[in-house]
Write a protein that binds this ligand. Sequence first.
Ligand code: SAM
Length: 228
Amino acid sequence: LAATGVDDKTEVREYFNTEGFNRWNKIYSDSDEVNSVQLDIRTGHDQTIQKILNWVQDDGDISGKSVCDCGCGVGSLAIPLAQMGAKISASDISDSMANEAARRAKEMGLEAKFYTSDLESVSGKYDTVTCVDVAIHYPTDKMAEMVGHLCSLAEDRVIISFAPKTWYYSFLKKVGELFPGPSKTTRAYLHEEEVVRNALKKAGFEVAREEMTGTNFYFSRLLEAKRV
Ligand code: SAM
């Protein structure tokens, strides 16, 4: 529990249902109501998504394969995967996010399931489980468990991204905290790559491909792990 008595999850849910939704829905769109920092984050995030889509494309046909996207946001990854024919089951802890994703998919005439759920409550078995830029909301001590849960849902592979805890990014985060800017945000957690890799290994997964995306204000380490 934080000093406020509000736990991380409750805070994250509230944020992404209100101010966070407005902020991120703009970043994750082509709206021009974004400032230069938000534009930089949009660019970085687009690159992460494109790298995943390239992997999927390189593998051949994903049509008919099931994909579970945890913390799907407005569907930035799930929607293009649905367009490629994947069977999408995507969820987000925020109602506003999940509803917006469903709205966007419907508008494009796509069939995909979007629903509101905390990552820990997602169940079932899927060929691929994805979790992009969600781990930043997970405290360090919850990270390994979260990775374990994603693996338990995955028949074949897990694709996960997180902000890596290196001295440089820890330093940037500190600087950012000194200048918090006007908008309310949530706590952000960087993660040691070793912790993520060990959790994948423990669950019987092996890292197959990796990427790193960094712009001025966005950084994301991307791992694809396959069941051994
Ligand atoms: N994955 C999406 C993407 O890359 O476009 C959204 C990334 S956004 C930075 C983080 C998302 O994670 C938010 O939509 C937030 O509501 C969701 N989230 C945070 N904690 C979560 C949890 N415990 N379970 C499910 N979703 C969560």
